[in-house]
Design a protein around this ligand. Sequence first.
Ligand code: HGA
Length: 612
Amino acid sequence: MCGIVGYIGYREAWPIVLKGLKRLEYRGYDSAGIALMNNGGDHIYKKAGKVAVLEEFAETQDKSGSIGMGHTRWATHGVPSDRNSHPHTSNNDKLSIIHNGIIENYATLKEELISRGHEFKSDTDTEVLIHLIEEIQKIEKIDLLEAVRLALHEVNGAYAIVIMDKDNPDRLIAARKGSPMVIGVGQGEYFIASDATPIIEYTKNVIYLKDGEIALITREDLLIKHLDNVVQTPLIQELELKLEMLEKGGFDHFMLKEIYEQPRSIKDCMRGRIYPEEGKVQLGGIKEFAEKLKNIDRIIIVACGTSWHAGLVGEYLIEEYARIPVEVEYASEFRYRNPIITEKDVVIAISQSGETADTMAAIEMAKERGATIFGICNVAGASIPRLTHAGVYTHAGPEIGVASTKAFTAQVTVLTLMAFYMAQQKGTITTSKLIELLTELDHIPEKIQVALESNDLVKEVAEKIKDSTNCLFLGRGSGFPVALEGALKLKEISYIHAEGYPAAEMKHGPIALIDEEMPVVFIATQNSSYEKVISNIQEVKARKGKVIAIVTQGDTEVKKMADYCIEIPDAKEAFLPLLATIPLQLLSYHIAVMRGCNVDQPRNLAKSVTVE
Ligand code: HGA
């Protein structure tokens, strides 16, 4: 959350920073601001609202300068407003800062600074940090880099920051701990950003700043130090990202584009990893641990939000095929308990961005207690892949819509591969069974393409239920996490209250909500719980609920009782979550569009949750 961009070089900074902020807007859109350094003076433009509001506000103003930094905010401390927008300035207005993260001890620091005569212009935690830096510089009479280093020793929490100084108008200082930061390396120019998307069109060479590092950046040079004052040798990596991956490609919204990308993203996720004819799965990222997997006691999956739902699907698959007990935990709860973790546990951390603050903290804790940690992430080079012992990338490509779609199905695909891989290592599956499963998995992208053909029908159903105020999603077995994910998608982007429930649990509470106004979406595909789900549909119909059922192609039974049926291709139970999710994504998408909601940037939400 919160996007930051910086530029220092020979070009005009404003357009680079502005475009970068638009790319990072998925991280927050409460307010936006840009500071430019020009002829030794800085100019700050900031406005509540989206980046477009800032752009319009600054339209007629002078925006020259070849050093600049910008911020798109997801507010944690202080309401979204002009005055709480970043950049924030020091007491003497010489220093300015942009920040992604939370300064947890800001209140104590603020009190102390106020007693020393500082006056604050915002309600943010961020402003406290820049005042603290100023104060340390004043007292210690040291240069800014050293003052930043000392100040960062005094703060608790997470940060990715960029600082400009009127007294040294030819440099930027950047630092990170817990929030991401990438530095693009050009010829006579450097770029700074929360992820690589604002950088890609200027250079492919990047440095991922590590936790606890500070950078002093001029046009010609880059010095990186650790917070303990030791100079670091930066590792320059080449980006694999392509510019067209960041465009809408003719779709009205990124979310719709990403839904339609799923046949391709799942293929990319499986490429080079499955060998159907041999009945073999190869996961290079975790192969070092192949032996260990034979003797582990337990797997703990830690994740948040949609990734947690993918984890629940993983639980079904790993227990079914590899016969290893699995627990699925919300990272935010797990990290604050005192969980029992041993060296014989494997922790799988799932995060699209690879930056989720709670998941990172859960990893640190499990690592300290001796567990082996695997990551499942989408963004290459992010923090989680660097924190874990091993891992498997989802290769879904950049996901820009805030509501996750293709990242979810890619996570489920990786977990399916992991389940088969573990089963293969442990000998809990025969080669002939694996040949059968992998042969079908290989064709899942084509089946997803067929599932996408239900779009027109889904749109008709969306029209019928778009004005509902509540909606229930029910499923059994691995259809249960699919129901949870369906409900979350609807909540996120259409603001309709929705609940996902195990279908049989309905009788223990939610059934009381059912009346003729209440749409109930069932995952009613032909699998081992088909008959049971049919009984649950009857129970809803008996109470006049409106039933929308996701069914297997050719189904006749459910069609007799449901109000609307959406077909998906038949598949083995293991692969149903991949297919049944598709119409639910389309359903939320169309309902949100019909309700006039901002599909790609739903209110109050942001992607890449770098704060806890
Ligand atoms: N705490 C700062 C930055 C917020 C942030 O990074 N959100 O993800 C603020 O509230 O402005």
